[in-house]
Ligand binder design. Structure first.
Ligand code: N5H
Length: 257
């Protein structure tokens, strides 16, 4: 059994910029010798993803659009991947969205539209992508998605995203059950708070980080590299007995009362 991912291909969904967790996953996978394919959702992130992908040494990575709210785009994206590389070994799903005005104030005020939008992008997209990718993982594979403690416990202001992450974590378990027979494992990483673009504008983010530094067993906050290395472990044979799991990469914060 080996940690090396040489000769294996992974799809990374959700890079926005160099601070993205998805980019931490990409760097770690690249370091393990994997071949990468990047997907982006919105037109305006294309440039940033292409620039970052271009900084990786070796063969250039394929960069494709895959707006996960659009079934035709998902189909077209995976058809293109099938045509270009044939076989893949895993997917890093690092995608989430909720309306900004619903990540503040009271959860009880969540609208039907906002509720459905958050679930569509942050949870259903995993089901849709797993379905599209299943046949491309003919040698078995590993799917890894990103969660947060707010899916298990109430965290002020996380609101609709907490409910969407709870759905995502259950989604992981049901997908793990279905796809296990094909040798495909499905897991999530519950990352501690990281200053990414999606965390931008979160009021008092500094004090959230400070609380982690004070209270978490490891007395420090989480880095995208730490999440990336755990994802690489989940993509490698070293984790071959693990599926349907939610691994906390959060300096141990989740064990605190
Ligand atoms: C308890 C907290 C703080 C409050 C909640 C933050 C939730 C963040 C997650 C969502 C996914 C952020 C989001 O959708 C923001 C958008 O409304 C606006 N931003 C964007 O559109 C930017 C440009 C793009 C790149 O963002 C997305 N998502 O596409 C949680 C924090 C302590 C931890 C945290 C920040 C968790 C998390 O889930 O990310």
């Amino acid at each position: 059994m080996t940690f090396s991912l040489k000769g294996k291909t992974f799809i990374i969904m959700g890079v926005a910029n160099k601070r993205s967790i998805a980019w931490g996953v990409a760097r770690s996978l690249h370091g393990a010798g994997a071949k990468l394919i990047f997907t982006y959702g919105r037109d305006r992130t294309e440039r940033s993803v292409r620039e970052l992908a271009g900084t990786l040494e070796g063969e250039p990575s394929l960069v494709l659009q895959c707006d996960v709210t659009n079934d035709e785009q998902i189909t077209a994206c995976f058809a293109k991947i099938k045509e270009d590389v044939g076989l893949i070994h895993g997917i890093a799903h690092c995608i989430a969205f909720a309306n900004k005005d619903e990540l503040d104030g009271e959860f009880v005020d969540t609208t039907r539209e906002g509720f459905l939008l958050a679930h569509n992008i942050s949870s259903f997209s995993l089901t849709a992508v797993a379905k599209a990718a299943k046949d491309l993982m003919a040698e078995g594979g590993s799917i890894v998605t990103m969660s947060y403690l707010g899916g298990e416990r109430v965290m002020p202001n996380y609101n609709i995203m907490g409910v969407a992450k709870a759905s995502l974590e259950a989604n992981v378990r049901y997908l793990a059950y279905d796809l296990g027979k094909y040798g495909i494992r499905v897991n999530s990483i519950s990352a501690g708070p990281i200053r990414t673009l999606s965390a931008k504008g979160v009021s008092d983010f500094n004090s959230i980080l400070r609380k982690i530094e004070e209270e978490a067993p490891l007395k420090r906050t989480t880095t995208p590299e730490e999440v990336g290395d755990t994802a690489t472990f989940l993509f490698s044979d070293m984790s071959r007995g693990i599926t349907g799991e939610n691994i906390h990469v959060d300096s141990g914060y989740h064990i605190m009362g």
